[in-house]
Design a protein. Structure first.
Length: 128
């Protein structure tokens, strides 16, 4: 699913998608923190970018494919807490709440995710 270049980024930061997570999705940069990777992965779920999601999943826990539900729309992301995950760390966690609408009904998912550096890049390593 494409997104207009000036549309705000689904990750919640005050920037257009094209210059925020879109840049990472296109491979024009890499997340520098675990939180930035979490935000970009949320956006990838929002825009249906399976290739980016698989590329940023640790190979030990990566599924063969991402199953997108056409009746589910991711609408906003709240970062609740982060530990580690900066340019000075090799691992970190991000606790977040993702808001969605599924078949017209609002809902939310709260997760405490673990991220590690693999070959110098942040990857999602599963739930804490």
């Amino acid at each position: 699913m494409s997104r207009p270049a000036t549309a705000s980024c689904p990750c919640g930061l005050p920037a257009p998608y094209s210059g925020c997570c879109g840049r990472l999705h296109r491979g024009e940069g890499a997340a520098t923190t675990a939180e930035q990777l979490m935000r970009s992965r949320f956006s990838a779920f929002g825009v249906g970018d399976e290739a980016y999601l698989l590329r940023t999943w640790h190979p030990d826990v990566r599924p063969p494919r991402v199953g997108f539900d056409k009746g589910l729309r991711w609408v906003s992301l709240e970062i609740l807490e982060t530990t580690g995950g900066t340019v000075f760390h090799g691992e970190g966690t991000v606790r977040f709440r993702a808001h969605f609408v599924e078949r017209g009904r609002p809902g939310q998912l709260e997760e405490h995710s673990r991220f590690v550096r693999l070959d110098g890049r942040w990857v999602y390593a599963g739930v804490v």
